[in-house]
Design a protein around this ligand. Structure first.
Ligand code: BTN
Length: 261
């Protein structure tokens, strides 16, 4: 196996000083999942903006409890502990997806899009996945953990299980990217969006502008239920309105979208 060039975490810490995101950065060679470590730190009272990053996860997970495949030393796998107000929660997922799109644009000049609710894609292939998990205490939000997996220097063709569906900065630009720079940019953009959210801003508009799911014929699957129609719009909470063939409209709050091309 190739030698892993570790992330320059001190450089990232320095670049982020002063922001909320990156107020503390915990770096691990190996973890079961950064989601669980960030949650453990949250319950231990860690500050808003604490970042947990791992070179390798043994139990990296995605939505619907799927395994998140990310070979060590090639990509970014991190979780950020956030302590927003409840009304700000829907924008956390949007902030993370927009931050990834910004990084892609800065590193490659390419424009990534978002497949509702939170896959960042280029050319129909997934470059990044986002997972938001929250802990409530009664009706109060204790914290949210936003997990981001971003394929940076992955060569998808080397990994048959994701070869057909995944892409990376390397695959799209033909050039290896500096992972430390990608991390610094990602956390910097997330900090900027988080500050906007904390200041009362909505991210619905910029997020909706990046959604490839609108105006497309789609199928949304949630368990055994399947809804077919046209992705029409998204509401302030990020829920998807689907117009069915019979003219009726359904609001989808969760599920997996398949775009029909
Ligand atoms: C998805 O597309 O379903 C979401 C994938 C989220 C993967 C990231 S990698 C860092 C963090 N730790 C995890 O176990 N999952 C998230």
């Amino acid at each position: 196996m190739d030698t892993i060039v570790p992330l320059n975490i001190d450089g990232v810490r320095k670049a982020l000083s002063g922001g909320i995101v990156g107020s503390a950065v915990h770096y691990h060679a190996l973890l079961p999942s950064t989601m669980d470590e960030a949650r453990r730190l949250a319950l231990d009272g860690a500050p808003d903006g604490t970042v947990v990053i791992a070179e390798e996860q043994t139990k990296g997970r995605g939505r619907f409890s799927r395994v998140w495949v990310s070979p060590p030393g090639l990509n970014l796998a991190l979780s950020v502990l956030l302590r927003p107000e409840i009304p700000q929660l829907p924008y956390i997922n949007m902030a993370a997806a927009l931050a990834v799109c910004d990084v892609v644009h800065e590193l490659t000049d390419l424009s990534a899009s978002i497949k509702w609710p939170n896959d960042v894609r280029i050319g129909g292939r997934k470059l990044s996945g986002i997972l938001v998990e929250t802990d409530m205490v009664g009706r109060q939000l204790n914290h949210a953990v936003v997990g981001i997996g971003m394929n940076v220097n992955l060569d998808p063709s080397q990994h048959p299980e994701i070869a057909e569906i995944a892409t990376s900065i390397l695959a799209e630009s033909g050039r290896e990217a500096n992972r430390s720079e990608a991390l610094r940019l990602l956390l910097g953009h997330l900090d900027r969006y988080y500050a906007e959210i904390r200041g009362g801003a909505s991210l619905r508009e910029p997020w909706a502008a990046k959604l490839e799911t609108l105006s497309m014929t789609i199928q949304v699957r949630w368990g055994d239920d399947v809804i077919e129609g046209t992705g029409e719009s998204v509401d302030e909470q990020g829920n998807l309105m689907v117009r069915k063939a019979d003219g009726s409209s359904v609001t989808v709050v969760a599920g997996e979208v398949t775009l029909q091309v």
